[in-house]
Write a protein that binds this ligand. Structure first.
Ligand code: MN
Length: 735
């Protein structure tokens, strides 16, 4: 265990001004507080906060952060209180420890709703002072380093949480080195087999290419030295988890990810970055479309570097990153490399805070959270924004708008201003008229043509990428929907009264309002329109003498969320169907209300939870659900009135098996079929059927019918298959 003087020494090495007395007091206080507590490893508990503090001294952080690390578990795990910490160490440290205590109580991999709510709290806690996040990440890193002592069930949950939340969060804050280690440990514990396979293959490639990498390094350094640029060149090793993620997300094979060598070139000055680039591009051919200038346009997490790919020495493709040592420090340690966290920085000092754009992002995300989107929705989009790369676009006035990759002109409009988004009617991209749904590319100049007084179509909610656009569309459509529901409800109620042969007088409805717990007649109509209230009940509320003739509603019932019906099909799958959207024909809707037993069936070819889905309405017989990519949908292209927005609502604890089909191209070897079946089985999927046929002398095509729980489950299986050397291609087949 680290001794008292060692901790002080570590800090003094980068901060000669350190308050030794304070550090020593914290050391002794925490040691006494944790007393005889031990960790899962059997070590004294106190060794843990010390290791966390040590990780933070590597990042050269200020005294308050180091002390908070030493004290981070005392409130939660010992008799200590916030008041005592405030009194002994001051309110700044008290607040940091308090933030960490709150985080410790969050269980991020819990039920989806709880997870979302906890993630919201996490962001709120770290947004008040980013040093809370720095200590939390160091805490998680030490826990991951010692995860093998923890029981296996708990281990997987912690590893999953690390991969889903803490790794991306560290990356978003620009702390690449910490992210790499967190993800490496998380991947190793969560998917030991895939980790072992990828690591073994990377090692093998490393062994074969050692000599080659060294000679390319040398050749690059010499080429630069010849033009008077002093540079350090290092071959970069691929991280197993980043290889895995690319295979999983970008649908590429192991070879496609691993056959390019990466090099990092460190030079002294900003100007030399560009000179080095010029030298290398003159010497070797560059691969078109691969050059990125993150120096003139840094990433939102402050990452700066030049990226290019050349067909380099020995016709070997090489990915090059060119940067200065200062840029490299930010690329490795991100937000922690900013000088502001190394001296006392106060919460109120907004001018300092604005130096870090990563922190800006955090602040914006938290603002969005205050706008009241549902926690699940928020989580989904924040996670998305954590993972995705960014595209940078410009307004006609030259303002830079950073958006997640895949964002459309609509997202752009909402990023500029909510009003611009709500009134967006058309887009001009680089001077040309384009659809609002066009996916934006880096460097696009986007002009939004506005039309006052229009409403965003509800369908946008499912098409936009950014959380901001999505919640704004929801807000705008929610209001419009309410008015539409009220109109529909009025019709339904009118008809019910007509059928019963009773006059409908609104003042009689008003008298009955308290019985339905509604504030106004308008509210009452909207409730009927949404299906929360039955017209028969309204009738009975006004005329209690009418005999009870309630219809049994079996297929349609009001969903938890206003505006959506929950639909149950014969095979008891649950998803949501909107009561109405701008495109829905009102007669059709009324008809659906009249025929609540309309069965819901799934088209052949398997829609999986996570797929975007579309319902095709046949008012006489059924609603058929297709995945959006289904080729069969083209048959309904000219009947837009039959298309219904539908979306999934499968509960995490109500997992069901869904059919999915894969086509796997594999080398024909004895045991091929067995291996593939094993991989699928070990990943928790059922195999209904596997057929194998030859496509060449060496290769076989396997068609596998599986049962999986959702798209994520299927993608994970696809990726696990792609890792295997005998598998050359895996594709999902849609009916
Ligand atoms: Mn801890």
């Amino acid at each position: 265990m680290m001794r008292q003087v060692e901790l002080v020494d570590r800090v003094r090495r980068y901060n000669p001004e350190t308050d030794e007395v304070l550090l020593n007091r914290a050391y002794i206080y925490a040691m006494k507080a944790h007393g005889a507590q031990t960790r899962a490893s059997g070590d004294p508990y106190f060794s843990h906060p010390l290791e966390v503090a040590a990780i933070l001294t590597d990042l050269h952080l200020d005294d308050a952060t180091i002390v908070a690390a030493v004290l981070h578990d005392v409130i939660e795990d010992t008799e200590s209180t916030r008041e005592e910490i405030d009194r002994l160490f001051g309110p700044e440290i008290g607040q940091l420890v308090d933030g960490l205590t709150k985080l410790k109580r969050l269980d991020l991999v819990s039920k989806r709703t709880a997870q979302a709510e906890n993630f919201r709290k996490l962001l709120l806690a770290i947004a008040s002072d980013v040093r809370v996040l720095l200590v939390k990440l160091a805490d998680r890193l030490h826990n991951m380093r010692t995860l093998h002592f923890v029981p296996p069930e708990k281990r997987a949950r912690i590893a999953e949480e690390t991969l889903e939340i803490y790794g991306p969060l560290a990356g978003r804050m620009g702390m690449q080195r910490l992210r790499d280690e967190l993800e490496d440990l998380g991947f190793r514990h969560l998917m030991p087999d895939a980790y072992a396979t990828i690591t073994a293959r990377l090692n093998e490639i490393g062994r074969c290419n050692n000599q080659r990498v060294a000679s390319i390094e040398e050749e690059i350094a010499e080429a630069l030295a010849g033009e008077g640029v002093a540079a350090q060149v290092h071959g970069r090793r691929k991280q197993p988890y980043s290889v895995w993620r690319k295979m999983e997300r970008k649908h590429v094979t192991f070879e496609q990810v691993s056959d390019i060598f990466g090099f990092r070139i460190l030079v002294d000055t900003h100007a030399e970055c560009y000179r080095a680039l010029g030298v290398l591009h003159t010497r070797w051919r560059c691969v078109p479309g691969r050059f990125k200038d993150y120096i003139s346009t840094p990433k939102p997490n402050d990452y700066r570097s030049l990226h290019t790919t050349v067909v380099g020495p020995g016709r070997q493709r090489a990915e090059l990153q060119i940067r200065t040592a200062a840029m490299h420090a930010i690329a490795s340690n991100g937000i922690a490399a900013h000088a502001l966290y190394k001296e006392g920085f106060t919460r109120d000092d907004s001018s300092l805070r604005s130096e870090s754009r990563a922190f800006e992002w955090l602040r914006r995300t938290v603002e969005q959270l205050a706008e009241g989107s549902s926690p699940e929705e928020f989580l989904e989009h924040t996670k998305l924004e954590l993972f995705n790369d960014q595209v940078f676009c410009f307004t006609p006035g030259g303002r830079l708008i950073a958006l997640p990759r895949g964002a459309t002109a609509i997202d752009f409009a909402y990023a500029v201003h909510t009003d611009v988004g709500n009134t967006a009617a058309a887009a001009k991209i680089n001077g040309r008229a384009e659809a609002l749904l066009t996916e934006l590319q880096n460097g696009d100049q986007v002009e939004i043509v506005r039309q006052e007084g229009q409403l965003p179509p509800a369908i946008w909610e499912t098409l936009v990428v950014t959380g901001k656009a999505r919640s704004a569309v929801r807000r705008a459509t929610r209001e419009a929907m309410r008015a539409q529901y009220a109109g529909l409800g009025r019709q339904i109620v009118n008809r019910a009264f007509e059928r019963a042969g009773r006059p409908l007088a609104e003042d009689r409805l008003k008298v009955a309002l308290p019985r339905f717990a509604r504030a106004s007649v308008e509210d009452l109509y909207a409730a009927v329109g949404r299906g929360e209230l039955f017209s028969g009940d309204v009738l009975k509320g006004v005329y209690p003498d009418i005999a009870d003739e309630r219809r049994t509603i079996t297929a349609l019932r009001p969903g938890a969320e206003a505006g959506w019906f929950a639909v149950r099909s014969s095979s008891h799958l649950l998803f949501h169907l909107p009561g109405a959207s701008a495109e829905t024909d009102w007669k059709m809707l009324a008809k659906r209300g009249c025929y609540p037993d309309l069965p819901v069936v799934f088209a052949n070819g398997g829609a999986l939870p996570g797929d975007r889905i579309v319902g095709i309405l046949d008012p006489e017989s059924s609603i058929t659900v297709y995945p959006i990519q289904s080729p069969e949908l083209t048959a309904y292209d000219d009947q837009p009135e039959r298309w219904l927005d539908v979306r999934w609502d499968i509960k995490d604890d109500d997992r069901q098996a869904f059919p999915a089909k894969l086509e796997i191209t594999a080398i024909n070897e004895p045991g091929t079929l067995g291996l593939i079946a094993t991989v699928i089985g070990e990943n928790g999927a059922n195999i209904d059927n596997i057929a194998m046929r030859p496509i060449s002398r060496e290769q076989r095509l396997l068609v596998a019918d599986l049962e999986v729980s959702d798209v994520k489950h299927l993608s994970s299986i696809v990726a696990q298959l792609r890792v295997r050397p005998i598998v050359s291609k895996v594709e999902r087949v849609n009916g």
